[in-house]
Design a protein. Structure first.
Length: 403
């Protein structure tokens, strides 16, 4: 950091927590319908497929807009783009309050989904702008913990609010929270350094072409596709994976809660240790190895207490890999191209999620036990671990090549 940056150093936490809020907002708005599936289907007289398509809105739209949001961050700066995404999400959250028809709900949800990549893809550049290299994984971990807390709020608050104040008022509360988080980021989400004119003059296609020439980035993109795909598939189909083992809906919900709780703690602790040790690759390898070891017992053990423990351990070790990948992506691409690189990384991760979410019920069609899906997740995690241990190079404090 230069002298000016050091003077602003204490303010970096305010900027990070402002991002934490809008990041949590996007996930809260995405998942607040997930625990209300039966209620929504009954209220609007829709099929399970219609509801599933509503929940797929976020990964689908992310795939379409992730690259554009990343290159826009490099051109306009992360403050501009995060505010843009937050305003879009907040406006469409307000639109959902006109809940007289399922069509309005769909328009609102897809509009919120449009804002999501413009918010989340700003994390790498924001962290690189405000934090020393020795703090970047820790700061990224805190930022990504916001995503997990948003998931928990969306899953946990929705049933309680729906029961206590009704569906419409629940939507009003979520809209109000969205507007509040957006205003906080507008107030506190400042930039430290400015994007150079040289970076702004680079065309989006030229920037993307230069990034995909990097072998290390391409390996990271494949790892993102596989690992985030497995996580999204696991989280989306938790019920058919665990219910045959004797778990009821409430217990399955608690497994998800323990997984997220473990992920929040791990996303702060493991990246912080990575910064202290000054290494990324060994910690990412451990994240993949533990996930590979835990997925099978998590999906087959019948002891509810052991399933809770396994869920917590999986979250603690698996989810910090997200923050580590984001840090490695920025460290490889460099500050000027971090937005576009993060956009591609997130595009690949969400594409993997869409593929797994669609593929898992297909490979286990008609089966009570989703054994094929379990083995498929294990195979994908084995490939992921092999890529991390093998060709992926560590990135901490390495001199960045021109990509």
């Amino acid at each position: 950091m230069n002298a000016e940056n050091k003077e602003k150093k204490p303010f970096r936490w305010a900027v990070l927590m402002a991002f934490f809020g809008v990041a949590a907002m996007t996930q809260m708005l995405w998942l607040n319908f997930a625990p209300l599936e039966s209620f929504v289907e009954s209220k609007y007289a829709i099929s399970k497929d219609s509801f599933g398509f509503l929940m797929l809105s976020f990964p689908l739209v992310y795939v379409l807009l992730s690259m554009h949001s990343g290159t826009l961050i490099d051109k306009k700066g992360y403050r501009y783009v995060i505010i843009l995404g937050s305003i879009i999400s907040a406006l469409f959250a307000c639109l959902r309050c006109f809940d007289h028809s399922f069509t309005m709900l769909e328009i609102g949800q897809y509009g919120i989904a449009v804002g999501q990549p413009y918010v989340i893809n700003g994390i790498s550049k924001l962290v690189a702008d405000w934090f020393d290299r020795e703090e970047t994984a820790m700061a990224t971990g805190i930022g990504t913990a916001g995503l997990l807390i948003g998931m928990a709020l969306g899953m946990g608050l929705s049933p309680a609010l729906n029961d206590s104040m009704g569906f419409h008022n629940m939507l009003v509360v979520f809209a109000g929270l969205s507007v509040a988080f957006t205003l906080i980021f507008v107030w506190l989400g400042r930039e430290n350094n400015k994007i150079t004119q040289e970076s702004a003059a680079t065309s989006a296609m030229s920037e993307i072409k230069s990034l995909i020439k990097s072998r290390n980035l391409n390996i990271l993109f494949i790892i993102s596709f596989l690992a985030i795909g497995v996580f999204n598939g696991l989280m989306s189909w938790t019920e058919p994976l665990l219910k045959p083992n004797g778990l009821n809906e409430e217990q399955i919900g608690l497994v998800g809660a323990f997984l997220i709780l473990g992920g929040i703690v791990g996303s702060v602790l493991i990246p912080t240790i990575s910064d202290k040790v000054k290494a990324r690759k060994p910690f990412l390898a451990v994240c993949c190895l533990i996930a590979l070891a835990i997925i099978y017992p998590l999906c087959t053990i019948k002891s509810i207490n052991m399933v809770y423990v396994m869920g917590c351990l999986l979250g603690f070790f698996f989810l910090p890999g997200y923050a580590l990948m984001l840090s490695m992506c920025e460290e490889t691409a460099g500050f000027q191209k971090a937005g576009a690189a993060t956009g591609i990384l997130m595009l690949m991760g969400n594409a993997g999620g869409v593929v797994l979410i669609i593929l898992m019920p297909v490979v286990d069609a008609g089966h009570t036990f989703w054994t094929n899906s379990i083995y498929m997740m294990l195979a994908l995690m084995a490939v992921t671990l092999a890529l991390v241990i093998g060709p992926l190079k560590d990135t901490f404090l390495k001199e960045k090549a021109t990509v």
